[in-house]
Structures are given as structure tokens and as C-alpha cells.
Design a protein around this ligand. Sequence first.
Ligand code: GMT
Length: 381
Amino acid sequence: MKIGITCYPVAGGSGIVATELGQQLAVRGHEVHFVAYALPFRLDQYQANLMFHGVETTAYPLFKYPPYTLALASKMAEVTRNFNLDVMHVHYAVPHATCAYLARQILESRGKKLPKIITTLHGTDITLVGADPSYFDITRFSINASDGITAVSKYLADETTEVFGVKKEIRVVHNFFDEQRFKPVTSRCHRKDFVADGEFLLAHISNFRPVKRTLDVIDIFEKVAEELPAKLLLVGEGPDTILARRQINKKKLNDRVIFLGNQSRVEAVLPCVDLFLLPSEEESFGLAALEALACGVPVIGTSGTGLTEVISDRKNGFLLPVGDTTGMARAAVSLLSDPKRLQEFRQAAARIARERFGAEKIITEYETYYQEIIDGGAHSS
Ligand code: GMT
């Protein structure tokens, strides 16, 4: 198949999933074309069957906001026409589903072959941004205008049906990880780079937006560190990084916390970690949690979110209510203090991740779905 992929190229779950999907599809022999305003975050090396097309926006004194959406739609139409694409797969509905719709209108007006549009919903495109009154109508229209719609969890699919009243089927295709890269053992990380003998290593990876509740991470860590020798590894950057730093200073935890900033190869550090914290307010799936589990790291996350589809409570992690930092710290201390149970959790983490979310399985689900949509399969509920 010839597949166009559009995503946000910055560090963030939707861009990472789109990039790794494209890479895996290219390995399987499909021709993949990325269309975005910059080279996606993890698209850092040449690969056969994979091309990148950058979108340029031209500045003009009248433009307070350069119309990126229009430039993207034009580029999508151009790439689709030039490479005869079968599918335009857009990740994150706002504004990508709308751009795909416009691109198809352009092609239709010129009597060209029309690609199928598939929109993958990732999270805040539905729960925050898309639901905002200024974007609601156009997001609903563009999702409904797609030939196929997927969501990264049942939680998000249900949320979309409820919030947007979408009548079409929303196919749940969970996120995935590359089994060759995310493993419990690696020669690339050395615990002594982070902790002394006998110390535990806790970690959190995110783009430090308020929805991630980074201050809860620090609160949980502080409570754990009162009971056990431990350090906290923070990976990523975002608007709340400054708040996190301030809180760490205030709590005098500076010598216990390591900031690594953005890392494109988190699989090189995760196997060194004992416990991963993701106490998000809202999480449609939690790709960072899956990547930790795949490396054999148990995860503490929040119940009532999409994390319930990723973490098996009391088998490879714990699910607790949003904001219950005391309960989370208690769960962390009890697990870390019990080496036998910790080892069982580690093994279950890697095993369950492989059984349910390995790339081999999930990429086949995407391929099958593309073919269904290309063949014009019924997708109304
Ligand atoms: O940062 C992004 O690229 C998107 C981001 C979001 O806020 O929508 O992440 C979402 O997509 C990821 C990949 O599918 C999911 O693993 C995250 O759970 C989800 N984030 C939220 O729902 C907050």
C-alpha cells in the first residue's frame, strides 16, 4: 500500500505512535510518506520505503497567524497526487482530519484518484482541544468525514462517541511498542549512572503538561524517599518543568532527583528503573507506561483513565484514584520492600506487554483496517 502519515512531529505520544507505525509499515514493504512541519521526533535515521515531506508556511504582514492548516492541506493533496497514495492516515484530529478533508476536496475538484482518509484519535484532541467550543463543530465534522476512525483505547472511543455523538464505528487499535527495542535487559544503561547500591530508582516520562500532574510525581516520590533510599529520574520537558524544579527545591530533594530532559531513546534507560509513575489527571492510553512495562518496569497509574487498559492492577502495577498520592506512595513502598513480589511484577510487566501490545500484532491490525477501508468495508454502526 501507499500510505501518507500526518502527525505532530514533536515529542509526544501521538507523534511517536505515528512515527513508529510508519517505520514498521515501511519494514513490511509499504511505501510511507510523512507530511508534517518538521521531521518527526523519533524519525532519526534513513529507512527504505520511507520519505518525509516538509510543510512550509509563508509569512505575510496580514497574517497574524500563518495559516499552517492550509499549507498542510495543499501539501497533503500534492503528495497524494504525486505518489498516488491509497490512504492518508492522520494522527490527532485537530487540525489534521480537517486538512485531510480539504486535501481530498482539492483532488476531487481535479478529478484525481481519491485516497481514503483514516483519522486516529489520541487523547486531548478529543478530551481537551477538540471539545473546546472554538474547535468542537469542525472537529466533529472532520471526524465524521473520515472514511475510517480509530482510537487508541476503548476508553477514548467511548468518550468520542459520547462527546461528539459520532455514529460511525470507531475501531480500537491500541498503541504498541517495538519488541526489538523495548526489552527488560539492555547493555546500554548502567544503574550506577543513577543510583548507589541498595537505592531504588523511580522514573516519570512525559511532556510535563498540567494533565500529567508532575507535582503528584514529586509528592509520591517524597513520601517513598522518607521510607526507602531512592532517586527519581525525570525525562521530558514541558510547561510544568519549571514548577517541578521549584517544588524539588522547596522540598530539598535536589540531590535525589535527576533531570534528563527530552530523550529520543528512552529504551536505553528504562531497564534500569524499578518503578514508573504516571499519576495523570487524564490519559487515553499512556504510551510511556506501556514502554516502561515492556522494559519490565511496574507502573503506578490512575484509575478511571485509559491506563486501565494498559496496567493490570496488582499484577504489573497499581491503579489508584487521581490525586491519591498517599495511596500511590504506600503501594510503591510495599512493592519495593518485597523483592519476590517486585520480581513477579517485573516479569508480568514484560510478559503482558508482549502478549497484548507487541508491534507485530498491532501493526497487523492497522494493515487489516487499511485494507478494509480501501475495500470500502461497512463502518457505520
Ligand atoms: O502529546 C501528544 O502527542 C498527544 C497526547 C495527547 O495529549 O493527546 O498524548 C495522547 O496520545 C498518546 C498516544 O496515543 C497516548 O498514549 C496518551 O495517553 C495521550 N495523552 C492523553 O490522553 C493525555
